[in-house]
Design a protein around this ligand. Sequence first.
Ligand SMILES: C[S@@+](CC[C@H](N)C(=O)[O-])C[C@H]1O[C@@H](n2cnc3c(N)ncnc32)[C@H](O)[C@@H]1O
Length: 184
Amino acid sequence: MSSAFQHDVFGALWDDAEHGPRGDLTHGPTEGDLESAQQRKIHYFLKKARLRPGDRLLEIGSGWGAMAIEAGRMGCIVDTITLSKEQKIQADKMISEAGLPESVRVHLCDYRELPPSFEHSFDACITESFNKAVGYKSYGAYFKAIDWALKTDRATVVISSTTQPEFRYSEYQLVELLLSPTRC
Ligand SMILES: C[S@@+](CC[C@H](N)C(=O)[O-])C[C@H]1O[C@@H](n2cnc3c(N)ncnc32)[C@H](O)[C@@H]1O
């Protein structure tokens, strides 16, 4: 599925452009709306990353920018990467509306080609729902990239991933390949 097509499909499913379609994984169903569930999820991730104002955060897999913007609002310096031009355009617009262009930057960049200036520069890395874009053959490169980008002292990484029981793994690989053709 091309990223432009994904933009149209998922965009049609949302009320709010800043937030993705996922619900709250930590509190279960509530009477709150999807946006507040998404906010709770984002704050849970940011707390787990032990971020403080002034910290540098690398986010691998920007989505539509909600996590990066929220970290920027906390006073963090954020670099977030995506392969989707549509996501970058939309995230940049929302970052500008939030008054955060100095502290939140969206890069069109593959996780295997991070800029040299990122080496050992980040206090934390958050990478959410990204493993399907990686594929099991590239997990080594993925974890290596995270390790390379994090500071060597007191850094935190928060990874969320979808898992499947082993017996469903082959079918799942096929579905994921259709959804994330960039992986290898
Ligand atoms: C499933 S989305 C997850 C987005 C967000 N973290 C969330 O949970 O809503 C995957 C994101 O990773 C980006 N992506 C996919 N493959 C990538 C790669 N090889 N390098 C960098 N970003 C990639 C996509 O452009 C998209 O922003």
